[in-house]
Design a protein around this ligand. Sequence first.
Ligand code: SF4
Length: 368
Amino acid sequence: MKYLDEYRAPEAITASLDRIRRKCSRRWVVMDVCGGQTHSLLKHGLEPALEESLELLHGPGCPVCVTPAAVLDAATSLSLERRVTLSSFGDMLRVPGRSGSLLQARARGGDVRTVYSPLDAVDWAVRHPEREVVFLAVGFETTAPATALAILQAQRSAVRNFSVLAHHVRVEPAMRQIAADPAGRVQGFLAAGHVCTVTGYEEYHAFARETGLPVVVTGFEPLDLLQGLETCVELLESGRSEVVNAYARCARPEGNPHAKRLLDAVFRVADVPWRGLGVIPSGGLKIHSSLAKLDACERFGLTASDVEETSGECRSGEVLTGRLKPPDCPLFGNGCTPDTPRGAPMVSSEGACAAYFRYALSGGRAHV
Ligand code: SF4
């Protein structure tokens, strides 16, 4: 298939793997930030193929995984209110909060619906004026513009029965938190190419300068990832803490100005809690007070205590910061599986635990 096959060409992958192995004078520790990259590295067998040359850690870039349980609890409780329809993307429905998942709430009578776009939720609100339609919006700067668009659309069309329970997060502050961890071992980052497509990557120059860690903007197909890893190895071997774009077919330094304008129009940068990581300064986006009527927190009186972080037997915080590999969690495959998830990283299509369960357990062979 055009635009896919050329990034999965077996000969090119084999040659790239060889080059990376040759270039490594030691076993470097590199973190891929995005869950999509994690899945691709494992699905295509790249991580085991490079095991002796690189230690790959997997970062917090799984939006479902970093949404605090208390946000899910707020969504669950809203879904059980009379007149409320709670809508979100499919992955979110299976993630366990403290009072069960949204799917379980639906089984208890909650009106919970899957949508494929925030605009579908606005449309549902227009067609069901007797309902209060709430869209549970999570994700990084990649999904936030679509949420912003839905909010502006609802405002323009004077849709009065639509609101958003938003927990959008920002990647760069989370990378800073990981880089500042005194026990951290990350020596270089693969930044999430799709996030940079929206935000650009100019802010990473200050990050690389201040942390001393190189950053390579990287895509998701096998050859994208190998190009990112090879570039990162070159930077590490030559001691350069610089930013390099290895995803130039999509990401530009300035990002997507239209998407950024949408974000600015609807959101402000705020300190927000991440599941397993605590409150990250400037780590998220909150809806501007001028749009309070479209903010479910304001509309339904949800307070700060409604979104406190929780802890439990799931060790997702350690997994999301690269301190623990999923197979080293005592519950991995031993009570926690995709069918019986004990934590979000085992649920989400971008979760590291699900990636290891799906691919690493079956050998993680390179699909070359
Ligand atoms: S294996 Fe399950 S319990 Fe352990 S960290 Fe992953 S999701 Fe949490």
